[in-house]
Ligand binder design. Structure first.
Ligand code: MG
Length: 298
């Protein structure tokens, strides 16, 4: 069986006919938030219900990186290479400093607690953008059930620590990604999950003053939802979906799919040339080499 589906013939040049979709780790409950550390040659990812961040490298395999992880979800790196993590358990976003200490970047807005930060990206100006849906406080499975104090927004934290609500009109903002030139911000809206609520990716235009405009639907994901999204160097958007990873061109059309045997939650580029896609999918992590390179920093 082929591991990909080309909806546009160009997708055949994005994939490699002899590169498998390889399961590199399994046995988890719900994996999310993959991030590649090129300097350490390893991948970190969260197993949210089991309250751990795991580390995987091609040579050493699996180990536990952090336990408890405060029910960590999305991870990324800032422009200095530091790990930035969304935590359901603390209802906050943290940064792991180079000496291993942990700094809280945000856990409240205007005196009210955040919901459960889900996914995060860092812009080239050092600002940290994260989504704050309520999934991590709805039940005790992926955090601690708690009172929702704020609507589900996307926030920006400036390097001076100032926090601002940037996207307030989506139901449940989730995955985030900037286009390579940072003139667009893509935000996945996953609604209430598994219902008929929005399952689409919206696109916002980033003005030179940092303000957002637009917010129209860029692409509707089917089946499943766009939990996590990443961008390649040509601006194609790679999104999680119910049947694998979907590749969507900058004009919004579906270019093709990588078929994965489990429900995909998130993905990131990594490997020697950022030409590999690491895919978190329910109980397992998969990897595949592509003829594309990701925009992930650093
Ligand atoms: Mg997510």
């Amino acid at each position: 069986m082929s591991f990909f589906q080309a909806n546009d013939p160009v997708f055949r040049t994005y994939v490699l006919g002899n590169a498998p979709v390889k399961q590199i780790a399994t046995g988890f409950d719900w994996v999310e938030g993959p991030v590649w550390f090129g300097d350490a040659g390893c991948l970190l990812f969260s197993d949210i219900p089991n309250n751990r961040i795991h580390r995987w490298s091609p040579g050493a395999g699996m180990s536990v990186y952090r336990e408890p992880s405060n029910f960590a979800n999305g991870n990324t790196r800032d422009r200095q290479g530091r790990l930035v993590t969304c935590e359901h358990g603390t209802r906050g976003v943290t940064r792991t400093e180079l000496d291993g200490s942990i700094t809280v970047i945000a856990d409240s807005f205007r005196g009210k607690r955040l919901n459960s930060p889900n996914d995060v990206v860092v812009k080239s100006d050092g600002s940290i953008w994260f989504s704050d849906p309520h999934y991590g406080i709805m039940t005790d499975y992926e955090g601690h059930r708690g009172e929702q104090e704020l609507p589900c927004c996307v926030y920006r934290v400036d390097p001076d620590g100032r926090i601002e609500a940037m996207v307030t009109e989506l139901q449940c903002p989730n995955g985030l990604a900037f286009s390579p030139d940072e003139t667009r911000l893509y935000v996945a809206d996953t609604g209430r999950m598994f219902h008929s609520d929005p399952q689409h990716i919206c696109v916002f235009h980033v003005g030179s003053n940092g303000k957002l405009s637009g917010g129209e639907v860029f692409h509707a994901i089917d089946p499943g939802c766009a939990d996590g999204i990443r961008i390649d160097t040509d601006g194609n958007l790679w999104s999680s979906a119910g049947d694998g990873v979907h590749c969507i061109a900058p004009d919004g059309h579906l270019v093709g799919k990588i078929l994965v045997p489990e429900h995909v939650s998130n993905l990131c580029f990594g490997g020697r040339a950022k030409h590999q896609l690491f895919i978190t999918a329910t109980t397992s992590v998969y990897a595949i080499s592509l003829n594309r390179r990701g925009m992930q920093h650093p």
